[in-house]
Design a protein around this ligand. Sequence first.
Ligand SMILES: [Zn+2]
Length: 119
Amino acid sequence: MNKSQVGQEIIRLLQSNSTKLDYGELPTDKIGNQTLGKANMLTNNATIYVKGTESTTKTAQTIIHEVTHISLQNPIYNQREEVIAFMREVKHSRDNLSYTQIKAIIQEVKSLYPTIPHR
Ligand SMILES: [Zn+2]
């Protein structure tokens, strides 16, 4: 987690949030996607489903993703917020995202979450 700048930021954020690791079965979200983690904005709690994350890198990325949701404190959950969370995940392993990678993330979010508001 400490190996990236984004990981270090998240460690600081974690001091005011709590993250729980869950080893049970993966839940699915409202539209049937299996989820690796979830964030509760009201209680500042993130849960990471370790069974789905499989590697320590993916576990770290999922923590970064969910804690990003909590740190944004958006009143309306939207695709833009998902794009930011996925971009921060990728930034754990590489410093700069290319335009092509950002475009791919936007496309992935659109296909994973077609029904949530754009922004
Ligand atoms: Zn998300």
